[in-house]
Design a protein around this ligand. Structure first.
Ligand code: SF4
Ligand code: FE
Length: 496
């Protein structure tokens, strides 16, 4: 009998592990001594905790866990390196489930995608340049898997003047760079912005953000550090309606338990030991790392966004029932359209996984054209799904009074009486459902569902560039010429 050692953490252990760190966090201009219990931050921690809950839930056995190719142990799938096509498909399915459970961004995929991208690119770097990054990376990966860590994948630099390369900027720190090379490691300075789950992670994995030339060598750097390393500063990003979490009202938040998190991370001369450095000056591999990570993360959106879309579609269907409009053919048709768009997103996530391939390191990689199509649809469809949800919800979505008014001893009865929809539905349910739609379309949840759908994993233009690169236009032109009788079908000629 094979004894399998289990390295899974529970959600409680995850939350406790966050308490042990000493982070330098700022929110609304003040330092936050205890981010774990801060009412603005805690919902985002609950979302990451859900990735531990599913891994410990027998219902998701095999989907939320995997077997490590390094140790043979059972691990959380969020630390797994994809070993076959099935792993790629399971990734998208797991992300959809977590989107359905949390109704927001659960943050753990960025680090997962970084690990998989590094497992491919460090190997290829070693093959071409004779470096030893792949072994070093695998030692780090083993540590991540054994400790069931959350990694934050940090790619986006502030970029300053977009028309200038990293080394041409007036301020050289506008892209993160190596400022010192020592015998025992390197010192880095700069910032990474829009960092999903930065405060909720154990480690930060840094990668470059664009192509680099020889002049930009110092900017071609990738490494991992614990997120309480000296010199790291976290500045919390505001989200629409975030102060509702401080008002002591529950359903005005729309999604009281869960939320996303985006932070700016400052690297104020941070020391990184060599054993945690995965690229240092190999500028020609900066783009392959960006490209590989981006394709994985564009696949990810096929899962998480369709899962959150399920919640919004469900909310729209519920509010139609509460309003008494569910039987109208126009409402039914709008719900069909929302489902059509949402399943298209999911289909693309599954398709780019099914058409994946094995890379020289053994890691399975997605079909990059289809991953880019997936994310490009995500830059559009959630907007249309949101528009339709707002259409179905009605104007009360943005004019409804507070939960506190409903509970006010004097005026509560008027809110109850005049904001009632169908008689069998309590007014509170109607208001709760509207707040959830508000959360996803323009409130706290809209960061993860709408604007992140546009800019997360690269803005639409970056996918259009990749689509142009990946599509074989010459072969399409040839097909048309053959059918139009301009060129002969060489294959048929051979067969004759
Ligand atoms: Fe995961 Fe989606 Fe959040 Fe990215 S946006 S970290 S894929 S949940
Ligand atoms: Fe994202």
């Amino acid at each position: 009998m094979v004894v399998v050692k289990i390295t899974l953490k529970t959600s409680e252990e995850y939350i406790e592990s966050l308490r042990k760190r000493r982070l330098d966090v700022y929110l609304y201009g003040d330092q936050v001594k205890n981010p774990v219990d801060h009412p603005v931050i805690r919902p985002s921690i609950n979302s990451v905790a859900a990735t531990y809950e599913v891994a410990n839930d027998p219902k998701y056995e095999g989907l939320a866990t995997a077997t490590s190719h390094l140790s043979g142990e059972k691990i959380n799938r969020f630390t797994h390196i994809h070993q076959n096509i099935e792993d790629l498909i399971k990734k998208v399915k797991l992300q959809r489930i977590l989107g359905q459970k949390t109704g927001t961004c659960f943050q753990r995929c960025v680090g997962w995608d970084s690990l998989n991208a590094l497992s491919i690119v460090t190997f290829e770097m070693d093959q071409k340049l004779g470096t030893t990054y792949y072994d070093r990376f695998n030692q780090y990966l083993r540590y991540v898997q054994e400790n069931d860590l959350v990694c934050c994948g940090a790619m986006t630099d502030p970029k300053g003047d977009r028309s200038l390369r990293p080394s041409q900027q007036a301020d050289p720190d506008l892209y993160l760079r190596t400022v010192e090379r020592r015998d025992d490691g390197i010192v880095v300075r700069g910032s990474k912005v829009h960092q999903t789950g930065g405060i909720n992670s154990h480690d930060v994995i840094v990668m470059p953000t664009r192509t680099m030339r020889e002049d930009d060598k110092d900017y071609a750097v990738s490494f991992a550090v614990p997120n309480d390393t000296e010199g790291l500063i976290y500045i919390y990003g505001r989200q629409s309606c975030d102060t509702r979490k401080l008002e002591g009202v529950e359903f005005d938040m729309g999604n009281p338990k869960y939320g996303g998190q985006e932070v700016m991370i400052v690297f104020d001369d941070v020391f990184v030991p060599w054993e945690r450095v995965f690229m240092c000056g190999e500028y020609e591999f900066a783009w392959p790392l960006v490209d590989t990570f981006s394709a994985y993360h564009r696949q990810s959106y096929g899962g998480c966004k369709s899962g959150v879309g399920d919640v919004l579609i469900g909310a729209a269907a519920n509010i139609a029932e509460y309003n008494g409009t569910a039987g109208a053919s126009s409402i039914k048709d709008k719900l069909v359209e929302m489902n059509h768009l949402n399943e298209t997103i999911y289909s693309c996530g599954i398709a780019c996984s099914s058409e994946g391939c094995k890379k020289p390191s053994g890691t399975y990689f997605v079909n990059t054209l289809l991953a880019n199509i997936c994310k490009h649809n995500v830059t559009r469809f959630p907007y249309e799904i949101t528009r339709l949800a707002e259409d179905i919800a009605g104007g009360l979505l943005v004019t409804a009074p507070s939960e506190k008014d409903l509970k006010n001893p004097k005026i509560g009865k008027y809110v109850e009486k005049y904001l009632k929809g169908v008689s069998e539905c309590p007014t509170e349910y109607r208001l709760r459902m509207l707040r959830l739609i508000e959360n996803l379309s323009m409130g706290l949840g809209s960061v993860g569902y709408r604007t992140e759908s546009m800019h997360g994993a690269g803005s639409p233009q970056s996918q259009r560039i990749m689509i142009e690169r990946e599509v074989n236009m010459e072969s399409k032109k040839k097909l048309a010429k053959i059918i139009a009788g301009i060129e002969k079908d060489e294959l048929l000629e051979i067969e004759k």
